[in-house]
Write a protein that binds this ligand. Structure first.
Ligand code: UDX
Ligand code: UDX
Length: 469
């Protein structure tokens, strides 16, 4: 059997690497129009893979060159494949109807058209990208338009991996979901996963349930984060502690302990995009109340990010102008180099608007990425700010803290737990503050050192002049 995947991104790359790794009898080719990305996947130096994921280098190195190949020859790869995954990006539309809400399906449609044009014989197309419900109908229409609808089947097989844990999520998934209306095609794909996933974890549904399950799963997960974040604000006002509440409610087996970590706000390429898309679909189908219900999850998240930046500004005597602030972490979560929709982008933007100076430390994110993210959210002169030293990136958290008025922890990298905060305190301007957006700082210990500490969902200390009710 031969599998081709169009799109060598965060989803296509790791997923195909795992399939190739666990199915030595299947030849897997990952194609992408981006030559630099393909070169990086082929780089003999495994630290240069375009996606940073713990354990991914080993999975790739075992299979690459054996039955896993990366290339830009899309047509050839389509022709030779039995199964073609579409794993291109489906970002929120930035233009025209549905701007800022609907998913942009132009790349998915382009793939469908390319397959319709060059494919011969029987094939299965698998939607791996997250797509709005009924996208498979569009793909089928494109195939029918050139008389290939009979021979080419369409399945939905959404990916539920989370970044940072992609390898373990792929090797031991909670479930694999396959939606379709052709039993043989479903079985062909199920047999691929059955190489390593127990059969009872392979769920089969109709196409539309499968497509909508992905949007629904992400909406539910994001809703949990917004729910706990909403309560975090109430904790700060009342003296309750959000991690104690998370523990107390998480032991209820109906609620469960996962995804109850209060934070500076969720990020990532999926949650916001998928909820916007879900809301857009609800409006489209005449369900404005449902649309608004889900939109409020994003509104709460936007408020949480803004609230954090405002807290920093207010606490530093209402001005951060020309004050150095150490930013600990820029990725949207730990163990990834991905910054898409990271809360850090928005917090940094709000601080830069107030003329703060930022020293950013993130073990995986490059300065080029930071510049492009800040430009995207309206800091048009981000590059000049880097040149003039208003924004710097540093290799060492201590360097970021040197002469800074405050530390803002925006990503929960493990290393931030064990830094030498005594030393940090020594080199910082006084009063020295820590703003913990990830609940990883030992509040009692750092307060004992002398820091003013603000942590999401925890009451502030009276000595710092903050009001306790
Ligand atoms: C994935 C899913 O596909 C998306 O629907 C989901 O919601 C988020 O995760 P991801 O892998 O994260 O997207 O996207 P990205 O890292 O941007 O990778 C997509 C790749 O597809 C890029 O490398 C891009 O160059 C490639 N691409 C895009 C093509 O090869 N051809 C195209 O026509 C469009
Ligand atoms: C998510 C889904 O989990 C995954 O199933 C889907 O395939 C893609 O979208 P991902 O965005 O990679 O995965 O990471 P996830 O672990 O879900 O975290 C998303 C954001 O929520 C991060 O910014 C994270 O820091 C935040 N988060 C998560 C919290 O703030 N609190 C939590 O308790 C959990």
């Amino acid at each position: 059997m031969k599998i081709t995947c169009i799109g060598a991104g965060y989803v296509g790359g790791p997923t195909m690497a795992m399939i190739a790794n666990r199915c030595p009898d299947i030849t897997v080719k990952v194609v992408d129009m981006n030559q630099a990305r393909i070169d990086a996947w082929n780089d003999p130096d495994l630290s240069q893979l375009p996606v940073f994921e713990p354990g991914l280098d080993e999975v790739v190195s075992e299979a690459r060159g054996r039955n896993l190949f990366f290339s830009t020859e899309v047509n050839e790869a389509i022709q030779e494949a039995d199964v073609i995954f579409i794993s291109v990006n489906t970002p929120t539309k930035t233009y025209g109807a549905g701007k800022g809400q609907a998913a942009d399906l132009k790349w998915v449609e382009k793939c469908a058209r390319q397959i319709a044009e060059v494919a011969d014989g029987e094939k299965i197309i698998v939607e791996k990208s997250t797509v709005p419900i009924r996208t498979a109908a569009m793909i089928k229409s494109v195939l029918n338009g050139v008389g290939k609808g009979e021979k080419i089947r369409v399945l939905s097989n959404p990916e539920f991996l989370a970044e940072g844990t992609a390898v373990s999520d792929l090797s031991n998934p909670d479930r694999v979901l396959i939606g379709g209306d052709d039993e043989d095609a479903i079985e062909t794909l199920a047999a691929v996963y059955a190489h390593w996933v127990p059969r009872e974890k392979i769920l089969k549904t109709n196409l539309w349930s499968s497509e909508l399950s992905k949007l629904t799963a992400n909406a539910f997960l994001a809703q949990r984060v917004s729910s706990i974040n909403s309560i975090s604000a109430l904790c700060e006002e009342t003296g309750a502690d959000i991690s104690e509440i998370a523990r107390a409610i998480g032991t209820d087996s109906r609620i469960g302990p996962k995804f109850l970590k209060a934070s500076v706000g969720f990020g990532g390429s999926c949650f916001q995009k998928d909820i916007l898309n879900l809301s857009y679909l609800c409006d489209y189908f005449g369900l404005p109340q449902v649309a608004q219900y889900w939109r409020s999850v994003i509104e709460l998240n936007d408020w949480q990010k803004r609230r954090f930046a405002e807290k920093i500004i207010r606490s530093l005597f209402n001005t951060v102008a020309e004050k150095k602030i150490a930013i600990f972490g820029f990725a949207f979560k730990k163990d990834t180099n991905d910054t898409r929709e990271s809360a850090a982008i928005y917090v940094c933007r709000d601080l830069l608007i107030e003329h703060a100076h930022l020293a950013i430390y993130d073990p995986q994110v490059s300065i080029e990425q930071i510049i492009s993210d800040l430009e995207y959210v309206g800091i048009d002169n981000a590059r000049e700010l880097v040149k003039s030293g208003v924004i710097t990136t540093v290799e060492d958290p201590l360097e970021a803290a040197d002469s800074a008025h405050a530390i803002a922890v925006l990503t929960e990298w493990d290393e931030f737990r064990s830094l030498d905060y005594d030393k940090m305190f020594e080199v910082m301007k006084k009063p020295a503050s820590i703003f913990d957006g990830r609940d990883i700082i030992d509040v009692t210990a750092t307060r004992r050192i002398g820091f003013d500490v603000y942590a999401i969902g925890k009451v502030e200390n009276e000595e710092a002049g903050w009001e306790v009710r």
